[in-house]
Design a binder for this molecule. Sequence first.
Ligand SMILES: N[C@@H](CCC(=O)N[C@@H](CS)C(=O)NCC(=O)O)C(=O)O
Length: 239
Amino acid sequence: MYQLIYWPMLQGRGELVRLLLEDAGAPYDDVARRPADEGGGIDAVREHMHGEGEGAPGFAPPFLIDGELKLAQVGAVCAYLGPRHGLSPDDEAGRMRALQLQLTVVDVIGEVHDTHHPIASSLYYDEQRPEAERAARAFREQRLPTWLDYFERVLESGGGDYLLGTQACYADLGLFQLVQGLRFAFPVATERALAGAPAVVALEDRVAARPRIAAYLKSERRIPWGKDGIFRHYAELDG
Ligand SMILES: N[C@@H](CCC(=O)N[C@@H](CS)C(=O)NCC(=O)O)C(=O)O
């Protein structure tokens, strides 16, 4: 039984780990989602943060705990879990390519965060709204089409149904989450940009139809999109 430590009210970066564990059918305890009197809540996250603990402790959630091992960084967590659950190629080059792709997904997620919080995460959105509108415009007009075109070309060059060819890896789940989040946050801009990325849309559909993912998306374990996550919808940021 793995333990996942992540903010209980958000999909956030933790969702890339949840999707991997769900697709794998791996049992996990989403610790902070337990009631506070059963060890859950945000205090359960805080007690692991900013280097608390032993053994090269991580800085920020998501954290994965597997016995003695506690890991932070989405890329590291997925690179650990993927090969153990058939969601990564077996060879070294393939494993590194899966990690490269997932780190790229995580980069885009960081840019999405910075559209609504371009100055500081510690400030409210309303305190940085003019800057957010400028950042979101640059994201919508330049970065969003560039990122989607990149993933489109990776899919085309792989020649299969998934980013690395015929077999799904955890980065496919990450790209699915990214596209879903973009659709929520920037519905107009994303629809427009996806018109030029049919292979990305096909991948999104393919991942959504994977039986365990489809069941998860319908379950209460999937936290709804909301106002506090990385992917947020502000109409003014959608252009
Ligand atoms: N590069 C890290 C970023 C981790 C991160 O920024 N976590 C956020 C939540 S998604 C957080 O809670 N950060 C708290 C902090 O930076 O103090 C990763 O990919 O896991």
